[in-house]
Design a protein around this ligand. Structure first.
Ligand code: ADP
Ligand code: ADP
Length: 227
């Protein structure tokens, strides 16, 4: 069971004059796939980064399953994040890229191998484990970034525009892959995009943001008024 509660969350960067996020209020249910959508600069990444612990929360309360997270270090939040630019280490193999977070957390070797091989199997990367990122296609690199998140078996996934570096065709097929992955793992997920189609096809619920404020929350049918 993993539920996130964001109560009256505000963010003002130290060097900024105005708030980047104002009174963000949302309850996220167990196993939900939530999509934050809105134009560039509306506060999607900032909100995601506060949830990950990469930015401080200026005001408000963030809890996971009732436990206050505001002051918990990122590595202790049990959250795995996938970034837009993949953030892969170019000098490491696919295996080592996927294993990195587990080594950091001192998992033993056999457990690491088991988890990496399992993730590689799910993502169709079993034949690529000993290649380096430069020898992979864009879609494969994106799968490695997903693999790095899923080996953690974290209770929450955060994805920040994970498909925006891919060409249009690949974006559509990766969309389906991520949706399938979510059906299989059932991990509570928050996915950020500026692409409405992505939001509509993937989300259980969509959060539409504008100028740091939530405009609307609902199912794709509710927010986009489609049958
Ligand atoms: P995106 O819109 O895709 O999230 P941005 O280009 O807005 O990307 O931001 C890229 C990086 O620059 C982020 O790490 C963000 O925190 C930082 N950034 C964005 N706007 C500012 C700003 N006004 N001052 C300082 N850093 C910023
Ligand atoms: P989005 O992800 O929706 O593109 P962001 O969360 O990146 O939006 O940015 C929200 C607002 O906060 C923007 O006005 C941006 O310029 C500002 N911002 C983002 N990062 C920083 C930063 N590190 N310092 C100052 N302002 C920032």
């Amino acid at each position: 069971m993993t539920e996130l509660s964001l109560k009256h969350i505000h963010k003002k960067y130290d060097n900024a004059e105005k708030y980047s996020v104002t009174d963000f209020d949302l309850e996220i249910k167990d196993k939900e796939f939530i999509v934050f959508v809105g134009p560039s600069g509306c506060g999607k990444s900032t909100t995601l980064r506060m949830i990950a612990g990469l930015e401080d929360i200026s005001e408000g309360d963030f809890t996971i399953d009732g436990q206050r997270m505001n002051d918990v270090a990122p590595k202790d939040r049990d959250i795995a994040m996938v970034f837009q630019n993949y953030a892969l280490y170019p000098h490491m193999t696919v295996f080592d890229n996927m294993a990195f977070g587990l080594k950091l957390r001192k998992y033993d070797k056999s457990e690491i191998a088991k988890r990496v091989e399992n993730a590689a199997e799910i993502l169709g990367l079993s034949d690529y484990l000993y290649r380096k990122p430069a020898a992979l296609s864009g879609g494969q690199r994106q799968r490695v970034a997903l693999g790095r998140a899923i080996v953690r078996d974290a209770r929450v996934f955060l994805m920040d525009e994970p498909l925006s570096n891919l060409d249009a065709k690949l974006r559509v097929s990766m969309r389906a892959e991520i949706a399938k992955l979510h059906q299989r793992l059932e991990t509570t997920t928050i996915y950020v995009t500026h692409d409405q189609t992505e939001a509509m096809t993937m989300a259980d619920r969509i959060v539409i943001m504008k100028d740091g404020v939530i405009q609307q929350v609902g199912s794709p049918q509710e927010v986009y008024n489609t049958p």
